[in-house]
Design a protein around this ligand. Structure first.
Ligand SMILES: Cc1cc2nc3c(=O)[nH]c(=O)nc-3n(C[C@H](O)[C@H](O)[C@H](O)COP(=O)(O)OP(=O)(O)OC[C@H]3O[C@@H](n4cnc5c(N)ncnc54)[C@H](O)[C@@H]3O)c2cc1C
Length: 100
């Protein structure tokens, strides 16, 4: 766990690496801990890792000559439930559409 100031610097460094120096001209910085959000978590929730298994192989099968595709984070065979899974799944779907 990083000290809040160190964490902020690490986040800004990371953003600057990808989006350039103008990242430093931000108007505001706001940190949100979802585990403390009453609409997302609760006191008796012991672990934040509650992901079910994602990427059922039925979603990767070919339907209607790939005219029907399933693509989102939950259908992804990797990083299911995360943004990375959504990106993976979206790239796969885009590639199938372009090949069709
Ligand atoms: C509180 C919270 C915190 C999270 N934190 C993280 C995190 O820190 N890191 C991480 O990697 N992931 C995080 N996630 C998960 C991540 O946000 C999701 O995995 C990701 O956004 C899923 O992307 P998606 O494209 O699959 O689906 P979505 O982002 O849900 O996109 C689906 C889109 O389809 C639209 N839609 C729905 N029905 C229809 C319809 N009938 N017609 C047209 N459009 C429709 C919706 O409006 C939506 O825009 C978090 C999720 C939540 C809820």
């Amino acid at each position: 766990m990083f000290h809040p100031i160190l964490r902020k610097e690490k986040i800004l460094d990371y953003l600057e690496k990808y989006f350039g120096k103008e990242t430093r001209n931000y108007l505001d910085y706001f940190k949100k801990d979802w585990s403390e959000d009453p609409f997302t978590s609760c006191e008796n929730l012991k672990s934040t890792y509650i992901s079910p298994p994602y990427g059922n192989e039925l979603f990767a099968k070919e339907y209607m000559n790939n005219m029907l595709l399933f693509s989102d984070s939950e259908t992804s065979p990797v990083y299911g439930g995360y943004l990375e899974g959504a990106v993976y799944s979206g790239l796969r779907a885009a590639s199938l559409i372009l090949d069709n």
